[in-house]
Design a protein around this ligand. Structure first.
Ligand SMILES: Nc1ncnc2c1ncn2[C@@H]1O[C@H](COP(=O)(O)OP(=O)(O)O)[C@@H](O)[C@H]1O
Ligand SMILES: [Mg+2]
Length: 440
């Protein structure tokens, strides 16, 4: 049977339309990916899609890079200009969200701005207790100071309640490295005197944050845990963010114990898998992990549906507002998307606290379930960030079809929200119902 090729695009016309995308024998467009990370969950996903691997010097359409590589690409010195068919997995200044000191600085500024504008979101209450005045809706990070810069402010806060425990964290490290707890100012002073590299004002890396230690975490089986949730942002202005429903809890391997003798025992206090893995109690089968869905069922059963819903509503709330806090400072480059790993602690009042945000959450799999989950995560990310045709294109409006969301749920899409508002306004004006086909 003769084929009508007249309407078909020639390889030449396709390549001019899609920039540097090549195609294989079947005339299907082929995507060239590049990655400096040797992670099987990534490579298996790209290969399953029939993408070809190229080097950074070749023409690529999709780059899954480490944060440093990404910063190099965007640096003024590189002189690299991306074309419309290129996507990369980081925003150039992701550190505004992922560096512990900058996250706090941005959230503090965000709250002040809202307060100055008289926003009801910035309402404050006096809790009458040791914490004094606090934000009613935006109190989702533990009180934190940057050291050495805010040392005097920290001392002032410390003296309000000398019984509190504080946690010191280097701003430039991860995986629990360099973290310790203190319950006395003298301990901090001694550490500063004895540390080989005490606070060095000239080197950003050596600064620390000191946060009020959440000493009343919700315990399950007597053990502390935190949540690792994945949040995909495809645009900061307008804000478009999605929550991956398959997050998990990371448990400590030993029972929680607030006694002073256990203050230095990181197996009690830090939930990082990288820390817990080194302990004798680590279980290779479940890896100290529990799905968020299980947690939800457990909490609904033990604490009730209403409070559980409130807790998870609070988690969505803190994610959205942490993103809004960095909205004005993020370079919302259309070539970028980013999947953040949120670390969240739930206290025994079922209140969620934001601990930190990772721009390069671990893609290492510790168990079979972990591998399945991370494979799905990458697959779902690709489905959300790529237009329906599957070809990177920054001209696309970044409104994915419902079926492409997979395990992601929409947290916020300011563009959709404003369109809906416009629609409602128009409906009210015209008295007509407009068909909303954006999710088709
Ligand atoms: N304010 C806090 N209160 C209680 N536990 C905390 C607090 N901050 C951190 N942690 C614990 O320490 C772990 C590591 O802290 P995090 O800020 O995530 O640093 P890292 O970059 O090293 O992972 C967290 O996963 C959590 O278990
Ligand atoms: Mg962490």
């Amino acid at each position: 049977m003769a084929h009508d090729n007249s309407k078909r695009m020639t390889p030449a016309s396709l390549s001019s339309l899609y920039g540097r995308i090549i195609h294989n024998e079947n005339q299907r467009l082929k995507i060239c990916f590049c990655s400096d990370m040797d992670k099987s969950v990534l490579l298996n996903n790209f290969e399953k899609r029939g993408w070809s691997q190229v080097t950074a010097d070749d023409d690529w359409n999709f780059y899954w890079a480490g944060t440093q590589t990404c910063r190099n690409i965007f640096s003024v010195d590189s002189g690299y200009r991306m074309h419309d068919n290129q996507l990369i997995n980081h925003f150039p200044n992701h550190y505004e969200l992922s560096r512990k000191d900058l996250l706090v600085k941005n959230i503090k500024r965000y709250r002040k701005d809202l307060e100055r504008d008289g926003s009801p979101l910035a309402e404050k209450v006096n809790d009458g207790g040791m914490h004094g005045v606090k934000y009613l809706y935006l109190d989702f990070i533990p009180v934190t100071f940057v050291l050495p810069a805010d040392y005097n402010m920290f001392v002032e806060e410390y003296r309000k309640n000398t019984q509190s425990t504080w946690i010191m964290k280097p701003t430039g490290k991860s995986q629990g490295a360099g973290i310790f707890l203190i319950n006395k100012l003298s301990k901090l002073k001694r550490w500063s005197r004895e540390a080989k590299t005490p606070f060095h004002p000239a080197i950003g890396k050596e600064s620390y944050v000191i946060s009020r230690y959440i000493d009343n975490p919700l315990l399950i089986g007597g053990k502390k845990f935190d949540l690792r949730l994945y949040v995909l942002v495809t645009s900061f202005r307008p804000l478009k963010a999605y929550l991956f429903k398959l997050g998990f809890c990371r448990f400590c391997t030993v029972k929680y114990d607030t006694s002073v003798t256990e203050l230095d025992n990181m197996y009690v206090h830090l939930t990082n898998v990288s820390v817990q893995k080194t302990g004798g109690e680590y279980n290779n089968l479940h890896g100290g992990k529990w799905s968020v869905q299980n947690l939800k069922l457990f909490l609904e059963g033990t604490k009730g549906k209403k409070v559980t819903e409130k807790l998870f509503g609070g988690i969505n709330w803190l994610i959205v507002h942490s993103l809004k806090a960095v909205q004005p400072v993020m370079a919302s480059d259309r070539h970028c998307f980013e999947c953040y790993g949120y670390d969240i602690i739930i206290d025994n009042n079922l209140k969620a606290w934001l601990v930190e945000v990772n721009a390069s959450p671990s893609l290492t799999s510790t168990t079979v379930n972990d591998r399945i989950l991370k494979y799905k995560l990458i697959d779902n990310i690709l489905n959300v960030v790529l237009p329906p045709e599957g070809i990177p294109d920054v001209r696309w409006n970044k409104i994915p079809n419902a079926e492409n969301l997979g395990n992601f749920e929409l947290l916020i899409d300011e563009e959709l929200a404003s369109q809906t508002q416009d629609d409602n306004l128009l409906n009210n004006l015209t008295g007509k119902q407009r068909v909303n086909n954006r999710w088709k």
